[in-house]
Each structure stands twice: as structure tokens, then as C-alpha cells.
Design a protein around this ligand. Structure first.
Ligand SMILES: [Zn+2]
Length: 749
């Protein structure tokens, strides 16, 4: 057999997308990053893909893609954000799966139940959808069918394993505490798992009532805990020794939260990379593998029976996600979780109503409603085009409005499921962003039900939510939280149109007469076409075509805006008319994060406009700099030049040639004016982006990039070269002409 190692990372973020815009809005608590996905990606997910190994002099000897040497799952909701928000990280994860597949015959990536719901608590059809949609998403992303699937919170019972097995999943990973009894395959000599009978170094078979079976890997609990809580990541060598010490004949596997590396523990990814590199080199006889490869070579010889239902983070089964069991996180000892049961009950009640609505309408719209629902996952994954889906699954001869209803019903079911993401119950308070986000998905589903003819489900939901007490007396209960924190997030075609108009005005992109401009969020696109100039009542008129992702048809909203030039954009009354009903939209009525997003759009446009003007001025100014005269140490009237500092520095880095005397004077000025200059970060970002673009060109001019970097450093700038190091490393072996740049970047080859 031999000694094998597999470290699994479970990467997950609560879904933060606004369910109408499909976009993550600003979250103040994540500052200086825009929101938590961005922050954790920069601290953990991306460094994991580009982990450094350094020599004694601090130079980089290797950049390791950790995903290539560990098992991982990230799940559809996080992966689809990564594809948009951090495409190079998403690409590195996909590449890591391909590389491991080539090396081991089995890929490192595992699938994950679609919305991270607690499977034992989901209705039968929902279990099926969570798995079918996850398989579709995984297949689209990784180009192969998944072998393994991560269960949210490792929450398991027999019905959910049946669904996994029916979808071709061959293994999952559980905590050793979830094993109840073990026996040899083919015998019924069951022994309790808790009395030393469980050998976690080998996979176990779980035989299912259907006659199917699935393999289970039980991870090493103490070592996985130590990674999270015992500073094991402070020292890569110590980490490796602990791993090596725990290894034996068989597979040592750990299950860890991916965020541990780099987010919870700074530079944790470097310790991981070190340990993985040691194992990769076969130190102490250890070999790196993954679950699929190990299982193929070592079919289970033993079988296991499980505690049902059970999970890895609750000692009471799956009570953490439906009752006040005491298991909690969030940092408020003494807070109750009496809100958990009513919250689950409220969402279950809503789900029952959504299902009933779907089941009443769907037979007239789809050839096979359950089939359509299952295959809808392929649309979400981009595997099936809307047109093709409609052809296969919609009933023949549907009117345009029936088709619209069909798509809305599918979307309704998707958002209904999204409201059950496990994180809503995980922490200690119902007013946290996770439960509020879950309820916002419920609001989206409820609204789609209303639009497709269901009776308003709000009263039923509110009655149930009123029974969920908050720990904060001023917030009351679930019903008050619903009314004050969830309902204000509601979007309609009119608010989407108004928000798009305001975004265009703030970013100075509002179209001129007879022209159009578009605001494209991931979840909805609004095209604003200016139809007229000032007309009676001093209004500017426009139409806004609102197209919603995965829905057919468009809503056409007629907009009327006060004549341009209004400085107080938040107060600007924008008339929005749809189907003969006119409402007035004002930016100031939007929730904080939507107002912030509009302010950000303004700031970006203003910054760009200022920058272009500054470049213009600097081009002239640069040539007007005279040489030094006696007793002169800096530019005459240096303070007057300070505002132009970023643009002058940029011009210098870009290679504007001046005579040596002027260059020296300019550099002295740049040094002085740049010291503690608040514009420095923005300038660094511009230089970093520019150098990265140059390095990603077809045949990069390495000497020029090196020259620019040198000039930046000579001017007192210190742009972050992390991405440049990654880019050059990816071109190995060292391309001709790049050794100078490699030296500057601290790459030791
Ligand atoms: Zn518990």
C-alpha cells in the first residue's frame, strides 16, 4: 500500500449576490476591500494558487499552485463569482484539476451541493436538484463529470447518499465521529466504530437500500483541528512533520476550511505549499494523491454505518440548522438561537407554497416539469442554451407570456432553494447578513411567485417569522427584520430602470438624444435609450429595456428625468412608467450598499476624467521644467507642481526622456512629493496594471518592463510585483531576454 497524503480544502462563502442585480454590493465591514468575497479571495483563494517558496535570501525559488497538490471543492455559487471577480484564480483551480487528472488519472476537484443546503433537511425533490445542478455546474467548469461530492457541513443521511449515488458520485468525505459501526465488506459482523475499530486510513463502503453504494473517506479529526486552531501553519516544517508522523499504511486525509490558509492564518498558504512540496518530493516515503485516485487503487474492504442525520460541526445531528442546540459561532456567549426553528419553519412554509404553485402551473408549460427543473441546472451552468432548453422542455405552442411564466417559475424555484444556504443558521443571530441574505432570496422567489399569479405569500411568511426572536431587543423578531432589512431590497423593473439611469448620470454616461447606453449587472441588463430632449415640463425622456438573466422577454419602462445638470443626484425624482402606472424613483431611497455602488460608479468616472486631464497637463509641464540654478534644490514653486505628481511620475515611468539634469531634478521632486502622498496607492495600482498588461502581450518586451520597473523604483515608487512574478513564472523556462526582469522581480532561477 504505502503512505499516502490528501489534504482537502473546503472553499465556501455565503452567497452575497443581490438576487436582482446578481452582483455583490459593497460591504463596509470588508474595507479596504469592496466586499468579503473580494477580501477573502485576495487573502486566501488567490495566494493558494500562487504560493511562494523562498530561499535564504528571500528570493522566490518556486511558485506553487496548491490546488494542484490537494483535494478541493469550491461549489457553484463561489466558483461563479470567482469566474467573474478573480478569473485568474478560477483558471488556476481548473488548471490544477487538469494537471492532477493527467498525473493521477483522477482530478483534485470535488463537486459540492449547489446552494450549500443541509441535505438531510431538504425535501426529496430539492435534494435531487441540489445534486443534479451541482453535477451540471462541475461538468461545465472542469470539463469532466465529478467523482466526489462535498456535502454542506458534511451533513448526511441515507436518502441524501442515495441521491449522490444515483447521480454517479462515488465518494464523499465525512468526520470520523459520523461513523457508527463498521464491518467487513460481505459480512454482517458489525462492530461499534467508536471503540478503535475505525481505521481512518482506508475508505469505507456505505451500502444503500437501493442496492447502490458509495465510498466514504473519514478525515483525521485531530490533525484537521490542529490546522485550524493550533497554529500548525506557523511553520511549514513543523506542519510537515505532524503530517508525516500521523501517516501510516494507507491514506492520511485532512478536511480543512480553505479560508484557514491566508485569511484566518496569514501566510498559511506558504506553510501548506512547503508541506505539500515535501510530500510531493516523497520525503519520509509520503506520496501526494487524491481521493479518486486512491479509491481506484484501493477499493474499500470494510463498510460503515453512519450516525443519521449527522454533520461535522454539530454534536447533535443537524440541530444546528433547525434548533437552539447550543452549537454556534459569532462571538456572543450567552446569545440564544431560539430564532433558528421558526426561521427554518418560515422558509419551509414558503417553499411548500412555491412548490404547490410550481406544480399547479408547470404541467401546462413543460412536457415534464420535474425533468425541466432538473435540466434547468444545465442552463444555469451554461451547458444548454435557453433556445434549446425551450425546444426540449417547454410545451408546444406556448404564447410569449406563457414562456415568460415558464422561465420565471424555474427562476422562482432556484431562488427558493438559494434561501436555504446553511450559513443562515450557522451563527448566533437572525439579523446577521447570512440570514438576511437568505430571506432576501426568499423575497425574490416570493416576488416571482406573485408575478406568475400566486396569491401573495407574504402574510404566511410574516406570521411564521414573527415567532423568531432576535437577540437584539431593538430589532424585535424575524418579521420586523423582514420588514426593515429585507423588503427595502426589493427591486422592480422600475427601480432597476431608475437605478440604471442614476448610474449612467453618476458615471457621466447618460446617452445623448437618439443614443443608447447600457448598465449590465450579472443578473440584469438595462438599456437606456434617450427618446427626446427637453419637452414640456422640462423633462428628459428615455425608455429603459430591462432584461433579466434566465428570463424571456423584456420590460419596457418609460423614464422621465428633470433636465440634466441636477447636482443633487440622490434627490433627483425620476419618473418611471410601466404598463400605465407611474412611480417616482429616488436614489436616496435605495439601501446603503446600492447607494454606495452608485457613488463608486461616480468616483471611478471622476477619477478617470481627472487622470486624463492630469496626463494632458503633465505632458506639457514636463517639458517646461528648467534645469537647476545655484542654491536651488528643488523645482521652483514645487508645491504648485505637487498636484501633478502622479501624472509626472507616470510619464517618467513610461519613459519620457529628458536631459540628465532635468531627469535628476524630476526624480528629486518625485521622491519628495511622493513621500506619504495619499495618491500613491492609486498610482501604484495603475503602474501594476500597466506592467501586467505589457507582460501578458504576445511577445512581451521584457527589457522595457524591467526598465519601467527600475524607473518607478528610482522615483521612490514601489509597485507590488506579485502578479508580475506570477506571470513571469508561468512562462518558465525563463524566456530569452527576461533574466534582467527576473532578477528585479526577485525570482531565483
Ligand atoms: Zn449542535
Amino acid at each position: 500500500m504505502g503512505k499516502y497524503l490528501c489534504i482537502h480544502g473546503h472553499f465556501y462563502q455565503p452567497p452575497r449576490e443581490d438576487p436582482w442585480l446578481g452582483k455583490i454590493l459593497p460591504e463596509g465591514s470588508a474595507a479596504p476591500f469592496r466586499h468579503w468575497n473580494e477580501r477573502i479571495t485576495r487573502e486566501s483563494y488567490t495566494p493558494m494558487a500562487f504560493a511562494r517558496r523562498l530561499d535564504g535570501a528571500g528570493r522566490i525559488t518556486e511558485i506553487i499552485n496548491c490546488y494542484e497538490w490537494m483535494s478541493f471543492n469550491a461549489g457553484p455559487t463561489l466558483m461563479s463569482w470567482l469566474a467573474r471577480g478573480a478569473p485568474e484564480t478560477h483558471a488556476a483551480m481548473v488548471a490544477a484539476d487538469k494537471a492532477s487528472l493527467a498525473r493521477l488519472g483522477h482530478g483534485n476537484a470535488m463537486a459540492q451541493v449547489y446552494h450549500h443546503v443541509i441535505m438531510p433537511l431538504a425535501k426529496a425533490r430539492d435534494k435531487e436538484l441540489e445534486v443534479a445542478w451541482a453535477v451540471a455546474d462541475f461538468t461545465a467548469r472542469f470539463g469532466r463529470a465529478p467523482e466526489g461530492m462535498w456535502l454542506a457541513e458534511a451533513a448526511v443521511d441515507t436518502p441524501c447518499l442515495e441521491v449522490l449515488a444515483a447521480h454517479g458520485i462515488v465518494f464523499t468525505v465525512l468526520s470520523p465521529t459520523q461513523a457508527k459501526a463498521v464491518a467487513n465488506v460481505g459480512s454482517s459482523d458489525w462492530r461499534p466504530a467508536g471503540s478503535g475499530n475505525l481505521n481512518i486510513l482506508e475508505p469505507y463502503l456505505v451500502e444503500l437500500p437501493s442496492g447502490r453504494s458509495i465510498s466514504v473517506f473519514f478525515y483525521n479529526g485531530p490533525l484537521s483541528q490542529a490546522v485550524a486552531f493550533e497554529r500548525l501553519l506557523a511553520d511549514g516544517e513543523q506542519f510537515f512533520r505532524r503530517l508525516s508522523g500521523a501517516a501510516g499504511d494507507g491514506l492520511l486525509c485532512l478536511a480543512t476550511d480553505g479560508e484557514t490558509y491566508g485569511h484566518h492564518f496569514k501566510f498559511g498558504e506558504m506553510a501548506l505549499a512547503y508541506a505539500l512540496s515535501q510530500a510531493r518530493e516523497g520525503r519520509d516515503g509520503l506520496a501526494v494523491t487524491n481521493f479518486g485516485a486512491y479509491l481506484a487503487a484501493n477499493p474499500p474492504r470494510h463498510k460503515a454505518a453512519l450516525h443519521e442525520p449527522s454533520a461535522w460541526s454539530c454534536a447533535h445531528g443537524v440541530e444546528r440548522w433547525r434548533s437552539d442546540c447550543g452549537c454556534t459561532d459569532g462571538g456572543h456567549p450567552g446569545w440564544h438561537q431560539r430564532w433558528r426553528a421558526p426561521l427554518r419553519e418560515a422558509l419551509n412554509t414558503l417553499k411548500d407554497a412555491l412548490d404547490a404553485h410550481f406544480d399547479a402551473l408547470a404541467p401546462g408549460l413543460f412536457t415534464d416539469p420535474n425533468d425541466a427543473l432538473r435540466e434547468y441546472g444545465r442552463v444555469l451552468a451554461g451547458l444548454t442554451e435557453a433556445e434549446a432548453f425551450q425546444k426540449t422542455h417547454c410545451a408546444k405552442g406556448l404564447s410569449a407570456s406563457d414562456r415568460q411564466t415558464a422561465w420565471k417559475l424555474l427562476s422562482m424555484q432556484q431562488f427558493g432553494l438559494a434561501s436555504f444556504a446553511s450559513c443562515a443558521w450557522f451563527f448566533d443571530e437572525i439579523s446577521r447578513l447570512e440570514p438576511v441574505n437568505g430571506l432576501t432570496f426568499a423575497l425574490r422567489a416570493l416576488e416571482l411567485a406573485r408575478q406568475t399569479g400566486a396569491a401573495d405569500l407574504t402574510p404566511r411568511l410574516e406570521t411564521a417569522l414573527a415567532l423568531a426572536p432576535s437577540n437584539l431587543p431593538e430589532l424585535g423578531n424575524g418579521r420586523t427584520i423582514w420588514r426593515t432589512m429585507v423588503v427595502p431590497r426589493l427591486e422592480t423593473p422600475c427601480t432597476l430602470a431608475g437605478q440604471a439611469a442614476l448610474t449612467l448620470l453618476a458615471s457621466r454616461r447618460f446617452p445623448a438624444e437618439d443614443e443608447s447606453a447600457e448598465v449590465a449587472w450579472p443578473g440584469a441588463t438595462v438599456t437606456v435609450s434617450r427618446t427626446g430632449g427637453k419637452s414640456a415640463g422640462d423633462l428628459v425622456t428615455a425608455t429603459a429595456q430591462v432584461a433579466v438573466l434566465h428570463e424571456s422577454g423584456r420590460e419596457s419602462v418609460t423614464l422621465g428625468l428633470p433636465a440634466e445638470g441636477a447636482a443633487d443626484l440622490p434627490a433627483l425624482p425620476i419618473q418611471a412608467a410601466l404598463d400605465g402606472a407611474t412611480s417616482v424613483f429616488r436614489g436616496q431611497d435605495l439601501p446603503w450598499n446600492k447607494r454606495q455602488a452608485i457613488a463608486d460608479a461616480f468616483a471611478r468616472a471622476a477619477d478617470q476624467a481627472q487622470w486624463e486631464q492630469a496626463l494632458d497637463l503633465a505632458a506639457t509641464g514636463l517639458r517646461l521644467i528648467p534645469e537647476l540654478q545655484e542654491a536651488q534644490e528643488t523645482l521652483t514653486h514645487a508645491p504648485l507642481w505637487t498636484g501633478l505628481w502622479p501624472a509626472l511620475a507616470w510619464a517618467h515611468v513610461q519613459g519620457e526622456r529628458l536631459c540628465p539634469e532635468k531627469t535628476a531634478l524630476l526624480q528629486a521632486f518625485l521622491h519628495r512629493a511622493g513621500r506619504d502622498n495619499p495618491a500613491k496607492d492609486a498610482l501604484h495600482a495603475r503602474i501594476q496594471a500597466d506592467l501586467a498588461t505589457r507582460l501578458s502581450a504576445n511577445s512581451p518586451d521584457f527589457a522595457l518592463v524591467a526598465d519601467m520597473l527600475r524607473r518607478a523604483r528610482e522615483s521612490g515608487l514601489n509597485p507590488d510585483v506579485w502578479a508580475l512574478q506570477n506571470a513571469l513564472w508561468a512562462m518558465r523556462p525563463l524566456p530569452a531576454g527576461a533574466s534582467g526582469l527576473a532578477e528585479l522581480l526577485g525570482l531565483a532561477w
